[in-house]
Design a protein. Structure first.
Length: 489
């Protein structure tokens, strides 16, 4: 199905979540923003999403557009149509026995994975393949099927073994750590042919992996930053997939995610106490004072305030933060943390903050307004992630004139320019990076940041360089369109 002339590229964007109707993390943000950006760049894009109960409640006007019946070996399915903000058409897979239940997309209300997740996301993959295989019941036919994470990974496999013409496939990896691994016997519940079950197929160390299927069978593989595309080909960050990814490296591309530059704009942000821009950075001080007050920290304009917003997990380096915190306080510096995650890390962080209430504060619940205030009110933002496929907060921070301190990995490495004598002289420095994942290296990077903070002229150059960066989704969308067109050429 080649592109004709200057006609828009037709893209089916299959995903298990999409902001604002259903979101558990960064994938939801991407799935809400990237299709809208593709549409603005001229693509004819539709999003495919399971009709979870929460989604139907958010979209009461969804209307039936096709009855797919029973797609062996899955239950009966209808397709509903609605619309995402920004005007992107949304196709919903209506299957109450698999999606019509309380809880989240992946887990019940107690945080346990739904036991039938292989069937639930096998159906998402299967419907994506049906709509992309040239025999769709819809008059609209995609040229590109863009799959996202393991939950859609079987779609390229279904298409590979299907008859007739089909759309080209892109398998997007947002975090390789999550691979959709189940017992190999699950294949019988998913309608996978026997010839797909070997090592040159969906088999993965004696099990079945949805993500491996996508990586193996897709025409192209995308991930969310160029550095992460290289890192996942190594044993350290390949999580067992590195050999396959090295084998397919000529078909692998890293494209940095964008951010919502309307929601995250210090000039107009309604969640902060004082709006400001690159020419009025002195107004940031109002937000710092309010943030110190809101977090119960000592109100002191002179003490550096370090912000952290993340999931409280080992991946995000929260154990490193805890190990470094006593030295950070002695610099001196305050620490304001927002996030939830692993119970043990939450307890350790809360206990440390309880012992040092004037210097360290932690909020372990989701709070969107507070996250904006931390970005605006902190002097410096911390992201000591062990690995980070892309990351968003380092981009928010630069946009808010809050230079980040980051571990030089993945998307952090690609989006933050380390402050060195050369980058300072060139006016390109936007933050501070460290390479060794040790408390000493982390603290040394924070010391460098605080030393720059005390040189107001140098600090303003770093702040303004970060605020001038283009982190919009438009840049990412144009790269994806290039990838699509290369497949259709």
């Amino acid at each position: 199905m080649p592109a004709a002339g200057n006609l828009p590229v037709r893209v089916l964007f299959a995903t298990p979540e999409a902001h604002p109707v259903i979101k558990t993390g960064g994938l939801g943000d991407v799935s809400g923003a990237l299709p809208a950006a593709l549409k603005k760049e001229g693509a004819d894009v539709r999003v495919l999403l399971p009709a979870y109960g929460a989604v139907l409640a958010a979209l009461p006007g969804a209307r039936p557009v096709a009855d797919l019946g029973g797609i062996a070996p899955f239950p009966d399915v209808r397709l509903l149509e609605a619309q995402l903000p920004g005007g992107v058409p949304l196709l919903l897979i209506d299957c109450p026995s698999l999606y019509g239940r309380p809880g989240g997309p992946y887990q019940d209300g107690h945080g346990h994975d739904w036991p039938d997740n292989p069937r639930r996301f096998g159906l998402l993959s299967k419907v994506a393949a049906v709509l992309a295989d040239g025999h769709s019941p819809l008059p609209w036919q995609p040229q590109i099927l863009h799959c996202n994470d393991w939950q859609t990974g079987l779609a390229p496999a279904y298409l590979h073994f299907g008859p007739g013409p089909r759309a080209k496939t892109v398998m997007a990896i947002h975090n390789l750590l999550f691979q959709g691994v189940y017992a190999l016997g699950t294949a019988g519940l998913l309608g996978l042919p026997p010839e797909s079950l070997g090592i040159e197929g969906v088999e993965y160390y004696g099990n079945l992996s949805f993500l491996k299927a996508g990586i193996h069978y897709a025409d192209r593989i995308a991930t969310v930053s160029p550095s992460y595309a290289l890192e996942i080909q190594t044993e350290a960050l390949g999580f067992g997939m590195h050999g396959l990814l090295r084998h397919r490296r000529r078909h692998l591309r890293g494209i940095v995610n964008g951010i919502d530059t309307e929601a995250w704009d210090p000039l107009t942000d309604p969640h902060i106490a004082q709006n400001y821009g690159p020419d009025a950075l002195e107004k940031k001080a109002v937000n710092k004072r309010l943030l110190q007050r809101a977090m119960g920290l000592k109100e002191d304009a002179e003490i550096p305030l370090l912000g952290v917003i993340c999931r409280l997990t080992l991946q995000k380096g929260i154990d490193l933060l805890l190990a470094a915190a006593p030295q950070l306080m002695k610099l001196p510096a305050q620490i304001a943390v927002l996030g939830s995650g692993e119970p043990q890390l939450q307890r350790l962080l809360a206990a440390f903050a309880g012992r040092h209430p004037a210097m360290v504060a932690a909020r372990t619940q989701f709070d969107e307004p507070l996250s904006h205030l931390i970005e605006a009110g902190a002097d410096i933002f911390l992201m000591p992630s062990r690995f980070e496929p892309c990351g968003l907060n380092q981009m928010y921070s630069q946009r808010y004139g809050t230079p980040p301190v980051v571990h030089a990995t993945g998307g952090l490495k690609d989006t933050v320019t380390d402050c060195t004598p050369d980058t300072q002289a060139a006016g390109t420095a936007t933050g501070f990076a460290f390479t060794a994942m040790t408390p000493a290296a982390f603290v040394a990077a924070v010391r460098r940041a605080i030393a720059a903070l005390h040189d107001q002229e140098a600090w303003r150059r770093i702040q303004r360089a970060g605020m001038a960066r283009d982190f919009s989704w438009a840049a990412s969308a144009r790269q994806y369109l290039d990838l699509y067109r290369s497949l259709l050429a």
